[in-house]
Write a protein that binds this ligand. Structure first.
Ligand code: GPV
Length: 842
């Protein structure tokens, strides 16, 4: 019987040594990957296919082959992964815990091949077996576990942390369905579930044996503990299990493989058994579904929180799993939890994981016996908060009623944190009760609710914005009261993007040209792109650079033809606007420019020979419940279709809106672009990261003085950037005066013509009502002042045309954009976080 008991898998990971592999001699024995030769690779592949999948090559499907290929590649990473984990365990130091509800990873295979430098070997091995390597690569459905910029930023950051060998771990949610797949029906967005796991999941490693329990609901009570102390405890009503799934995060050819740990919800066995034993089989299965709903689907709202109960359950679920996971790890080395800040700094990726703060307090006090003061002392050193927005409506608040029902113990803790905090405020600003109300973690109106950004700011060691302008506005406009109290808490870390995925992988030809010109190594030292500057005037180099751009355009044309049946002209300026559909990003301003150009040509206002031919490309998903965003998508598609069918303009303009813009498509689109559209209303886009990817791939930006555009322009130079629009203070002043969009319409003939043409039904089959929602909003609301910036935008577009006609001048500017954008590597962002927030040399 004893023997049997030992064989029973332990589900409680608080049992010492079970949460992580024991450091027995066995764990340090060398792990040897397959041989790095074509034959070695082919043999490993066949082993996967034959012995793991149980399929003969001759009978295998493309899916079988893709899965075997993926498993073969990950086999080469395994030794490095185990070695990295062991090295970190042997030498425990302070780690970075990145807490993010989203990781927009993109395809894994290309990145793994690049990290291991196995691309050529793998390709030759597949060819030797008679298989089409590129067809197999195309099988992968990208893990779309994020909405847009925020999720993709998290993916870039963990790539950089691995490439820089920073001890770190990413924590998040393994959504069974990621961001929806977008299709168009009659020009309108239709959402299809993203069943990304349906073909098998070769990149993940489930560890059901390391499940963690997460509690919800119930009540709290007072009790007297063994030492006669009065304490409080949580009596939860229900619970679920979190199952960790591990993903490899390979560094760039440096032998480091970090871990991304994503949690999946399951019903607890205890829960199950109780109901099963009661005989109610159907009820037991229902309970299981209920639990598994928690990690079922990614909420598709980007920057506009919906305040749904399941969303709060998701947030608490992954945060509770992650904190327990990490604390158990430190306990393994008998670590004193009052010094936890010497082992971890948790970075809060926006407010989504901020419930981690009261959860840490609860763990330390209720589960590890610490007193309030000691627990607070350490908790306030373990978190830092990144804010990613300036839109007040994007700041998460959770109703007290919901919080109390779902997390009653956390609500108590939040009240106490707030009480002590407000005492501090009153001490610093005696008699200023208005200020106290503004700063309180609890809002009273329109309903009592917890302001998550305030909670994060109270508890965090630092609060950072994501671009220089944003960090300033965050400090001075969004959280000025907090800045007055704690000026040193606020800092900036400008975002960045990983050059591995967004230059090396996306733009192989440019990468080769760069390496041929300045030598290798720039992929991990991106400031070295500066060495390209002298070549901006080198005829041979600029000719090659132009050829690379044209090759990328040709590739894009063939992809869009195959993928979407879109046929694009061969020679035209490629003008690209790809990002989530949001009114503040102003896709409608771009649309007004297109309609205006169309009107100029069809009315004969411009001579055809004076027109610079353009291809406009849009990529954008709208949140399924965002009415206006969906109307804008419909209108763009309507304009695209009308233009494609109008012989008066087809040789001069085309509009393409491929459905389902995602990381995979971004990698094909960005390297082909000539012009990058970054046209948000000044003061609304926190940073933008697409803007960086375009500049690094040699597109010129037309943009407002907003977010990271400001820094891009500063670096590449005014003469290599098309600036337009009001500056943020002008926007604020206009808003204060009172903005009436119709006055711009009345006084600007070009604007009036464009809007009238849109409104006329010309693009909507003669039906005016189909264009009305967008047109009326622009005329009577226009919250983001597209009409106010229209003329300035048109003028800037005229400058773009003139610049593009000068082929050499344009190429020079494009080269300088590449050469001067090295600052935007996410490696630099990670350096900044390390120096200013995570490991400051005090
Ligand atoms: I708040 N962002 C996002 O993608 N989702 C969100 O919920 C929020 C912000 C974006 C910002 O809009 C971008 O300006 C920024 O570049 C990006 O986060 C990364 O910081």
């Amino acid at each position: 019987a004893g023997w049997l008991a030992d064989e029973t898998p332990r589900l409680d990971s608080s049992v010492k040594g079970s949460a992580f592999e024991p450091t027995s001699p066995r764990a340090t024995e060398p792990v040897v990957g397959p041989e790095r030769t074509v034959d070695g690779f082919a043999k490993a592949f066949l082993d996967e296919l034959n012995f793991e999948a149980g399929v003969a090559l001759k009978r295998s499907t493309t899916t079988d082959q893709y899965l075997a290929l993926a498993r073969t590649i990950r086999g080469y990473l395994m030794a490095d992964w185990l070695r990295t984990a062991e090295r970190r365990r042997q030498n425990p130091t302070k780690m970075v815990g990145y807490l993010s509800a989203e990781y927009l990873l993109g395809r894994q295979m290309g990145n793994s091949l690049l990290a291991t430098d196995l691309g050529d070997i793998a390709e030759q091995a597949m060819t030797s077996l008679g298989l089409d390597f590129n067809l197999l690569r195309a099988q992968e459905i990208e893990p779309g576990l994020g909405n847009g910029g925020l999720g993709r930023l998290a993916a870039c950051f963990i790539d950089s942390l691995a490439s820089m060998d920073v001890p770190s771990i990413g924590y998040g949610i393994r959504y069974e369905y990621g961001i929806f797949r977008q299709t168009f029906e009659e020009g309108r967005q239709v959402e299809v579930p993203d069943a990304w796991l349906s073909l098998g999941a070769p990149w993940e490693f489930p560890h059901p044996d390391r499940a963690v329990q997460v509690n919800f609901g119930g009540t709290t009570e007072q009790y007297i503990d063994g030492d006669g102390r009065t304490r409080r405890r949580w009596l939860p009503a229900w619970n679920v299990q979190g199952i960790p799934y591990h993903y490899m995060v390979p560094g760039y050819q440096n032998g480091v493989v970090n871990t991304l740990r994503l949690w999946s919800a399951r019903a607890t066995q205890e829960f199950d058994l109780k109901i099963f034993n009661s005989g109610d089989y159907a009820e037991a299965v229902r309970a299981q579904t209920f639990a598994e709903n928690i990690s079922k689907v990614l909420y598709p709202e980007d920057s506009t929180p919906q305040g749904r109960e399941l969303r709060l359950q998701q947030q608490y679920f992954f945060v509770a799993c992650s904190l327990k996971d990490f604390i158990d790890r430190t306990l393994e080395e008998d670590f004193d939890l009052t010094r936890l800040d010497e082992r971890i700094i948790f970075q809060l990726n926006d407010t989504h994981p901020v419930i981690a703060i009261p959860e840490m307090m609860r763990l330390l006090m209720d589960e590890h016996d610490m007193e309030w003061a000691a627990a607070w002392e350490v908790t306030r050193k373990c978190f830092a908060y990144t804010c990613h927005t300036l839109l007040p409506e994007a700041l998460e608040v959770w109703p007290v009623e919901l919080m109390t029902r779902l997390l009653p113990r956390h609500m108590e803790i939040i009240y106490r944190i707030n009480e002590e905090f407000l005492d501090t405020v009153r001490e610093a600003f005696p008699g200023d009760e208005l200020r106290v109300r503004r700063m309180s973690v609890i809002q009273e109106h329109p309903e009592r609710a917890v302001r998550m950004a305030n909670l994060a700011t109270v508890a965090g060691v630092k609060v950072n914005g994501v671009a220089a302008l944003h960090s300033e506005l965050l400090r001075d406009k969004l959280l000025p009261d907090f800045a007055a109290l704690w000026p040193n808490k606020f800092t900036n870390v400008t975002n960045g993007v990983t050059p591995r995925r967004f230059i090396r992988l996306a733009n192989q030809q440019l990468s080769t040209l760069i390496t041929d010109t300045i030598g290798p190594g720039w992929e991990t030292d991106l400031e070295r792109l500066r060495e390209l500057e002298p070549y901006a005037d080198d005829a041979a180099f600029t000719e090659s650079f132009r050829q690379v751009k044209q090759a990328n355009k040709d590739r894009l044309r063939s992809i869009l033809s195959q993928r979407d049946g879109i046929e694009l002209p061969e020679h035209a300026m490629l003008d690209v606007m790809v990002k989530r559909l949001h009114e503040y990003k102003r896709q409608t301003l771009k649309l007004l420019h297109i309609v205006s150009m169309y009107d100029d040509i069809t009315s004969g206002r411009v001579r055809r020979e004076d027109v610079v031919p353009r291809t406009f490309v849009f990529g954008a998903k709208a949140a399924p419940g965002y009415f206006m965003a969906k109307e804008i998508i419909f209108l763009i598609n309507s304009v695209a279709k009308t233009i494609a069918q109008d012989p008066r303009v087809t040789d001069l303009m085309a509009v393409a809106f491929p459905a389902n813009y995602n990381v995979t498509l971004a990698n094909k689109l960005i390297p082909a672009a000539d012009l990058s559209e970054q046209i948000s209303l000044a003061g609304k886009e926190a940073s933008g990261t697409g803007n960086m990817k375009f500049a690094l791939n040699g597109a010129l930006t037309i943009g407002t003085d907003d977010g990271a555009n400001v820094e891009i322009r500063e670096l590449v130079g005014d003469e290599n950037f098309f600036l337009f629009g009001m500056l943020e203070p002008e926007v604020a002043a206009l808003a204060d005066r009172g903005y009436t969009p119709s006055s711009f319409y009345e006084s600007n003939p070009a604007l009036k013509r464009a809007i009238d043409l849109l409104a006329s039904g010309h693009f909507t089959g003669g039906d005016r009502s189909l264009a009305a929602p967008v047109v009326d909003d622009l005329l009577y609301k226009d919250r983001f002042m597209a009409l106010a910036d229209f003329q300035s935008y048109l003028d800037a577009q005229a400058r773009v045309d003139a610049a593009y006609r000068d082929v050499d001048g344009w190429t020079r500017s494009a080269v300088l954009n590449v050469a001067r954008s090295g600052f935007f590597s996410s490696d630099r962002s990670m350096r900044d976080y390390l120096d200013r927030i995570w490991m400051p040399k005090s």
